[in-house]
Design a protein around this ligand. Sequence first.
Ligand SMILES: Nc1nc2c(ncn2[C@@H]2O[C@H](COP(=O)(O)OP(=O)(O)OP(=O)(O)O)[C@@H](O)[C@H]2O)c(=O)[nH]1
Ligand SMILES: [Mg+2]
Length: 454
Amino acid sequence: MNRTETIIAPATPPGEGGLAVIRISGSGALEALHKFFRPTGSKDKLESHRLYHGYLVDNQGNRIDEVMAVYMQPPRSYTCEEVVEIHCHGGRQIVRSLLDLYLGYGLRLAQPGEFTYRAFMNGRLDLSQAEAVSRLIHSRSETSRALALSQVEGRLSRAIHRFSQSLRRALVLIEAWIDFPEEELPVRENLDLKFQLSEIIKEIDVLLDTFQTGRAFIEGVSILLIGRPNSGKSSLLNALLGEERAIVTEIPGTTRDTLEEGLTIGGLPVRLVDTAGFRHSEDRVEMEGVRRAREKIATADLVLLVVDASQPLQEEDLLAYQACRDRSALLVLNKADLVSVPPDTSFCSFAQLEISAKTGQGLPALRETVARMFNQESCDLYDSVVITEKRHNDALLRCRESLERAEASIVGQMSLEFLALDVRGALDALGMISGETTTDDILNDIFSSFCIGK
Ligand SMILES: Nc1nc2c(ncn2[C@@H]2O[C@H](COP(=O)(O)OP(=O)(O)OP(=O)(O)O)[C@@H](O)[C@H]2O)c(=O)[nH]1
Ligand SMILES: [Mg+2]
């Protein structure tokens, strides 16, 4: 991506709406605004960070739209460059006309993520912050929004920066020892160094511990409903969704394919998957459904084994239990509204809950149990740095490995060159998170997943 060109893109999604915002960034942004913007009243100079009313006109001086425009003087802008934003009416043709006008004038259409890429290259955001911008835009639950925002604001960056600083100081010391070997190696400083490294390892472990929960909250978890035909899986899906999404009938074998719906449970984004009831049947379509249900068991984060508690236990209930017995699962005893004596559940080792998909009884407790299973430390989540990206997790693991090797080489009194090498390795790994040591390929990968105009 060429960074000297002035780029333009709509910052709002295509379609019709009250407003659309067109963003321009680069050294020619202000000039480009002046070229076609006619502010109301006589204003020869536009002040930075002030919104001006006026009209955008074409090359012949014909009005294209009534707009508001703002100029942001560098470095106080999203990209740290000269930035102009034009707020026009939110219509497809208006946006197209404005873009055509400016592309004809010589601006270049921005690539996806290019504004944020420039903010990163100009040092306004580090890479972990830039990545979180995209997460923030795409967040689908309250918790993932809050986590993404805290990362945009630099919580993770500050932790990584702190580790890097202290490793850099250590490296200076080690390199001094290498350069002046005749100076006796002071034992105490050697101990200090080992202590410092193990402190960083401890802090990294705390961060690594958050990954499981962090990922669940960002990417969502998959919850699979399985059980014999007619146990009420589809009814439970509908009840949790609050709408009649899946077909429910009293005929066993109603659901024949897997059906997936998104919802949130206690702030946790969930993909809830309904499946065909477990049984042997002559019907090929139904058996294909059962095969698909089985296949999903291996990748589900949680299985809800739904049993019709108003009936004696059946062979097919056991069949379904056998299929998921080694997975993280809950036994859901459905149709509690019909039950006076709870059934014998000694066949099953899962924690169990009684519910009624029909009356809604027991559903709050089910939601609560599920939320708790994925988020033991929900209240801590907001107060701590949480790792949500696999890329960051991998980098921290690499950093940790290098630090452990460094520790071992201190203990083993190995050559200082080894120590320096491992500390540098740890710094490199941290640099993958901040973006200091990230390759162009990875950067391209990250920024190309952004939407256009961001
Ligand atoms: N009384 C009562 N009836 C229920 C309850 N849940 C489901 N049912 C009834 O049980 C029957 C089967 O419900 P479904 O939700 O279609 O069951 P399923 O497990 O999806 O069945 P298959 O798709 O055939 O595997 C329907 O007639 C539902 O109305 C409940 O909690 N109480
Ligand atoms: Mg069903």
